[in-house]
Design a protein around this ligand. Structure first.
Ligand SMILES: [Zn+2]
Length: 190
């Protein structure tokens, strides 16, 4: 089993559409050809690559995060994506095979996350700390100093206190947290 050295926290930098799944939009984005933050058709991508343009991103197999937390239909839900033990993540350069990457949906450069969103994120984080036997939590920007991720207004110290409280006192099991908060369905219904 691969050892987990910690959890890296991200924001999506996009506003949370509380009526629909933003995770599905990130699924679509990560599995498409991309250039300068936009989805582009494969033919356009290949033309750019043929012209020697740099920064064209090839589609990934799946959403790059291990888990995403978002508000949908007045409830905070968790989506699980890459399985840490089966697949390398795609969230933090240099740390994708050693650290979990969790994404909280929202743009926390603009405003801090709602309490309920933070609360569920802390429950998930504490349960992952137990399950993966790690006590380390990091903001993405520690490893990518050119970014603000998880946001200028993200209350990091408060969040660390919430994580510690959950971890030490409530001791949630990952299976219990997922039973309560895992989104249904996890993928769009066909
Ligand atoms: Zn990030």
């Amino acid at each position: 089993m691969r050892k987990c050295y910690g959890i890296i926290w991200h924001h999506s930098l996009t506003d949370d559409n509380t009526l629909k799944s933003d995770t599905f939009a990130i699924d679509r984005y990560h599995t498409s050809w991309r250039y300068e933050g936009e989805i582009i058709p494969e033919s356009h991508a290949k033309t750019l690559i043929a012209q020697g343009v740099e920064g064209v991103q090839t589609p990934w197999k799946m959403n790059g995060y291990n888990a995403l937390i978002e508000e949908k239909d007045n409830k905070v839900v968790i989506y699980l994506r890459r399985d840490f033990h089966k697949m390398t993540g795609a969230h933090t350069v240099g740390y994708n095979s050693t650290h979990l990457g969790n994404c909280i949906i929202g743009n926390f450069d603009k405003a801090p996350p709602k309490d309920e969103l933070l609360k569920v994120a802390a429950k998930l984080g504490a349960a992952q700390m137990r399950y993966y036997e790690t006590s380390n939590n990091y903001m993405h920007r520690k490893f990518a100093t050119y970014k603000s991720c998880p946001g200028e207004k993200f209350p990091w110290n408060k969040f660390l206190t919430m994580l510690a409280t959950e971890y030490l006192i409530k001791r949630p099991k990952l299976s219990e947290v997922l039973e309560e908060y895992a989104a249904v369905p996890q993928y769009p219904e066909k």
